[in-house]
Design a protein around this ligand. Structure first.
Ligand SMILES: [Zn+2]
Ligand SMILES: [Zn+2]
Length: 405
């Protein structure tokens, strides 16, 4: 095998796309034959390589490994060494399991410094831009993500079905980048003009800084931008069928649409409530508002504009009722978990603030009663007032109120 003259991967190329191109270049009619050969060479040359190597392109990426991903990674390193380039060349293209979580409980995959919500990864097909493929026949990584429905370069809709046989396009099954399984040449497919909003949204998700308004104007890293989109789809839509045009309008007007929703929820609660405010959990009015914004994927307010807007809204709510003796919404109850999110600290620290008398529970606890973190127990106004007196830690952006010792 002539490894030295093999093509290089593109920086925005999907790993599966590159492995497919490599196997074709090396003369293998099917990817499985290449994978088998690679595995044989790997075992022969690497003393600690053992296990079964994935023979299907669908399983080639590192995040598919259920137990240990070492053999897959060793395979990628091996390719780098054979090509005479940096060993980790292909690891930068791989999608790996990430320890990051997106709220409320979404797994993440990691690629070259960026965390993506796993749920926004297309599982059974990959659309293509016929014009991009005609210019350079390889699959762009971002086509694997659900929020990319258009090509931001050619301003056209991505093609998800073959115009000839109408099958969903999946280059990992057809093992071809330019042709559908029926033989149709995808580079000749007619394209449809994309909606400008979706083009802008794609550019934004690729990290471009845009002359836009609202959320789209904020200088956020790509993981945070995906976090915002996930938050939107979790709250107002579903991941598979999100209306991106509506999402674009919502983000552009940010934070007004959220404030309007919260005002309405508060009004509704006022109209129907039977409990006094001082017994009413915040979550019974605003649902999982605070919980869903906790990690997107960062808890640092400068990287999490949703949390920042919620914080601003609740601060205003508390300020508007400052000094008021009559029962009012600033008396609503928040849990330790919600308090820790709003204070930007850990739940242990909220417990310490309570132990040391900085934050009092809304009602008396039984002697030695353990506070469950989900139990609504603090008045919102007490938490927000404490927030004003916080100290910022220099390392992780989280706040430190009381040291552990
Ligand atoms: Zn294109
Ligand atoms: Zn076809």
């Amino acid at each position: 095998m002539d490894w030295i003259n093999t093509p290089s991967p593109y920086q925005d190329e999907a790993l599966e796309s590159y492995l497919l191109r490599l196997s074709h270049h090396l003369g293998f009619p099917e990817y499985a034959d290449f994978a088998e050969e690679l595995w044989a060479l790997l075992v022969e040359n690497t003393p600690d390589a053992y296990g079964s190597y994935p023979l299907s392109l669908h399983q080639a990426n590192i995040y598919h490994a259920k137990v240990a991903s070492k053999l897959r990674a060793q395979g990628l390193f091996f390719v780098g060494r054979q090509r005479g380039v940096e060993e980790s060349e292909l690891l930068k293209l791989a999608l790996m399991h990430s320890k990051t979580k997106f709220s409320p409980n979404y797994k993440a995959v990691f690629r070259d410094g960026i965390d993506y919500p796993f749920t926004l990864l297309r599982k059974d097909h990959t659309p293509v831009c016929p014009e991009c493929v005609a210019e350079s026949p390889y699959i762009r990584q971002h086509w694997h993500f659900l929020p990319h429905q258009v090509c931001h370069l050619h301003q056209t809709r991505l093609l998800s079905h073959c115009p000839a046989c109408h099958a969903l396009l999946d280059y990992q099954s057809s093992e071809s980048i330019c042709y559908c399984e029926c033989g149709f040449d995808l580079t000749t497919a007619k394209t449809t003009k994309a909606e400008q909003d979706l083009v802008t949204l794609s550019q934004w998700l690729l990290g471009e800084n845009l002359a836009e308004e609202g959320m789209l104007a904020l200088p956020l890293d790509i993981s945070a931008r995906y976090g915002l989109l996930l938050w939107y789809t979790h709250r107002l839509g579903d991941e598979e069928n999100v209306d991106l045009a509506e999402c674009f309008t919502y983000f552009k007007a940010w934070p007004e649409p959220l404030y309007t929703e919260l005002d309405q929820a508060l009004k509704k609660a006022e109209a129907v409530r039977v409990q006094p405010w001082y017994e009413k959990p915040l979550s019974s009015v605003f649902d999982n508002l605070v919980k869903d914004a906790r990690n997107l994927p960062s808890r640092n307010i400068s990287r999490n504009p949703i949390l920042k807007a919620i914080d601003a809204y609740l601060s205003t709510l508390v300020n508007e009722h400052a000094g008021q003796h009559a029962d009012n919404p600033s008396n609503m109850l928040v849990s330790t978990f919600e308090a820790s999110t709003l204070l930007g600290c850990t739940t242990d620290e909220v417990n310490r603030l309570n132990d040391h008398g900085y934050l009092q529970t809304a009602f008396r606890l039984k002697l030695h009663e353990k506070i469950e973190s989900y139990k609504p127990i603090y008045h919102l106004r007490d938490v927000m007032t404490l927030r004003l007196t916080h100290m910022q830690s220099s390392t992780d952006g989280l706040n430190v109120f009381l040291p552990e010792w």
